[in-house]
Write a protein that binds this ligand. Structure first.
Ligand code: ZN
Length: 372
């Protein structure tokens, strides 16, 4: 097993929940500390408060991955006799680093919203409100016939040519390449000052925008020519969409009051608030962890009968009622599903890589609301 530092752990995490998935107002990433020290244990939590930092100290976790960013607004000072200042001081004194994955973890496939949708037993799950879709590129590269197979392999290994469930897709056509090496050149084929004709293959592969620099680097390293000829094209076609919230179907329709009880049970909350006729039949469900008041129209547009989300405010509840969209509000704290979800995902990812690190689920209840 390999000893790892915070960078190595979070590089794996960001392959799942990349920073580009976050909303632009969201202060995600490393908040406190640094990532160069070795890490043996990581504590996963919804929120960071002093009790959570004490738990990290007690359990020997030098890295905390939290959903809610502990420093939301820029600080003008760190006064260590205030709760927030004391928390930062405690982390630094104990070499504990804190990293936040917020809306990027909401958007990530398998992240907060997919975890909630799966707790609710939804099928045919889709994104409720698309927020990001990567541009799609095509790379066309010209290469001598003898080296073309190796280049195709390198391109496939770097992730180019993935289309749906197919990997390493490419198209090749053959033609004649012409070039004259000039003084100073060190040609793989031909001589300085002499026009050369070479039978070459044009290899075409598609790739998503975020892979562009990785694929280009791999292609340049593997290509036999000193100055490879290649083109990148931006494609005007639909790519995979990522976004906030999920919409899916219950296996069977149920009455709203029955569904509300079910939500209470599977999301492990003491109470829910509902909007709508308690005997309304619901089957298509929209779900968004955290505060979903802003998204009632998105849920309605997707044809949801009921929207499960937290922090529903009075006027949005009235609007939902008018548009015949039922609401089940189990509170914001249902996002606690991320604790187990992130721990399980990262355990598997680190196991595959042979990383010697364990993930601990925080036992501190950070729900501020009590029900009486
Ligand atoms: Zn939240």
């Amino acid at each position: 097993m390999k000893r790892v530092n915070g960078h190595e752990i979070l590089t794996l995490f960001e392959q799942w929940s990349p920073k580009r998935f976050a909303e632009n107002w969201d202060p995600i990433g490393l908040h406190i500390g640094q990532l160069n020290r070795p890490i043996e244990k990581v504590l996963i939590t919804l929120d960071v408060n002093e009790a959570v930092v004490d738990e990290a100290i007690e359990k020997g976790a030098k890295l905390i991955i939290a959903h809610h960013p502990p420093i939301f607004s820029p600080l003008k000072h760190i006064w260590t006799d205030t709760p927030q200042g004391r928390l930062i001081e405690k982390c630094i004194k104990h070499d504990i680093s804190v990293y936040a994955a917020h809306t990027n973890l909401d958007v990530a496939p398998g992240g907060v919203n997919d975890l909630l949708a799966s707790r609710l037993g939804l099928a045919d799950i889709g994104v409720m409100e698309p927020t990001i879709s990567d541009p799609l590129y095509k790379l066309a590269v010209f290469c001598p016939v003898e080296q073309a197979d190796e280049l195709r392999r390198v391109l496939a290994r770097s992730g180019a040519g993935a289309i749906g469930d197919y990997e390493g897709c490419s198209f090749t056509s053959t033609g004649t390449g012409r070039f004259t090496p000039s003084a100073g050149a060190d040609p793989f084929i031909g001589e300085v000052g002499k026009l050369e004709e070479v039978i070459e293959e044009r290899i075409e592969v598609v790739l998503p925008g975020p892979l562009r620099s990785k694929v280009l680097k791999a292609m340049l390293a593997a290509h036999p020519y000193e100055e490879p000829a290649y083109d990148f094209f931006i494609l005007d076609q639909r790519t995979e969409e990522f976004g906030l919230g999920r919409v899916g179907k219950l296996p069977e329709a149920m009455e709203l009051k029955e569904f509300a009880q079910f939500v209470k049970k599977v999301l492990d909350v003491p109470a829910v608030r509902i909007v709508g006729d308690a005997s309304k039949s619901v089957r298509k469900v929209a779900v968004l962890g955290g505060s979903g008041s802003k998204y009632i129209r998105a849920a309605k547009r997707k044809g949801a009968d009921v929207f499960v989300t937290g922090d529903m405010d009075f006027h949005s509840a009235q609007d939902a009622e008018l548009m015949d969209l039922a609401i089940v509000d189990p509170g914001h704290h249902v996002e606690k599903v991320m604790i187990e979800g992130v721990a399980r995902y990262m355990e598997q990812a680190c196991l595959k890589k042979g990383y010697d690190v364990s993930f601990i689920e925080s036992q501190i209840d950070t729900e501020p609301f009590r029900f009486v």
